[in-house]
Design a protein around this ligand. Structure first.
Ligand code: LHQ
Length: 258
């Protein structure tokens, strides 16, 4: 079986990290394949939402530590510049929503790949661990950027240094993720959310994502100017026309994604 799987249905691309016996830990092959599949999702206009999840009991245990001591291990420089940085960059630049559906433990790079999705939801038995400090590393894959912005400086410092396990319920409470679902509701809730997103005005969502990405570093004035530009682009889409027409005609809109 391939270490990452892709299936497409009703506009939703489901990407499944698939090394369940290794808790879906990343080796080089898996990291490169994930990049390739994210590229396919980026360019395929029939795909209007990406759902990222893990096979088996874990979401992802981060770097496969066995690979580091195996034959011809990738260098530290390669691991970040060729494996994880291109993955998180692709997720942030994906012109459609990416939902991370966290089905189990998400540790190390696995946690931070999860957190860079647009919407992160988890099952109640899932957990998040900034495992890096326990092996003498620093949080990577954007963790030092995203964590303080998601949960505040103090909690980010503590989690990055202590490497404590955060349950899905705690993660929801501290604003690290959007929602925690019961085990029973998890599968149906993520499918419902992904299907809903795939039927929404995709261009509008892509422009929303672009604005939110820029908000981390923009001044208020620069952000207002960007909203001005992006809103004009949104208003040129057919979906904007359809949304307004459907509202006025008191019917449900049919959005095409452009
Ligand atoms: C694993 C792994 C794993 C290999 C579980 N690798 N086998 C960037 C820069 C460069 C280098 C390094 O990496 C990075 C980015 C990073 O991601 S650094 C952080 C790497 N990840 C970790 O340090 C997490 C290591 N794993 C764990 O702490 C635990 O396994 C967690 C908390 C994830 C899950 O604990 P349990 O549910 O108790 O499972 P387990 O520990 O029993 O693991 C099950 C199996 O999976 C086991 O193999 P075995 O043959 O004994 O059944 C583990 O060895 C294997 N596994 N994580 N990262």
């Amino acid at each position: 079986m391939a270490p990452v799987l892709l299936s497409v249905s009703n506009g939703v691309a489901t990407i499944t990290l698939n090394r369940p016996d290794k808790l879906n830990a990343f080796n080089r092959e898996m990291a490169l394949l994930l990049q390739n599949l994210l590229d396919q999702c980026h360019t395929d206009i029939a795909i209007r939402c990406v759902l990222l999840t893990g096979a088996g009991k874990a979401f992802c245990a981060g770097q496969d530590l066995a690979e580091l001591v195996g034959e011809n291990p990738p260098s530290m420089q390669q691991i970040l510049s060729e494996h994880y940085n291109p993955i998180v960059t692709r997720i942030r630049q994906m012109p459609k929503p990416v939902v991370a559906a966290i089905n189990g433990v998400a540790a190390g790079a696995g946690a931070n790949i999860a957190l860079c999705a647009d919407i992160v939801v988890a099952t109640e038995t899932a957990s998040f661990i900034q495992a890096f400090s326990k092996i003498g590393l620093i949080p990577d894959s954007g963790g030092t950027y995203l964590l303080p912005r998601l949960i505040g400086w103090q909690k980010a410092s503590a989690l990055a240094m202590l490497g404590d396990k955060v349950s899905a319920a705690e993660a929801e409470k501290m604003g690290m993720i959007y929602k925690c679902f019961t085990q029973e509701d998890f599968e149906s809730s993520i499918q419902k959310m992904a299907t809903q997103l795939a039927q929404m005005p995709t261009q509008g969502l892509a422009l929303t994502k672009q604005a939110l990405n820029a908000s981390f570093t923009n001044t208020y004035e620069a952000q207002l100017a960007l909203e001005d530009v992006l809103q004009q682009q949104a208003a040129q889409t057919q979906d904007y026309n359809e949304g307004v027409q459907a509202f006025l005609e008191k019917r449900l809109p049919t959005f095409k994604g452009y």
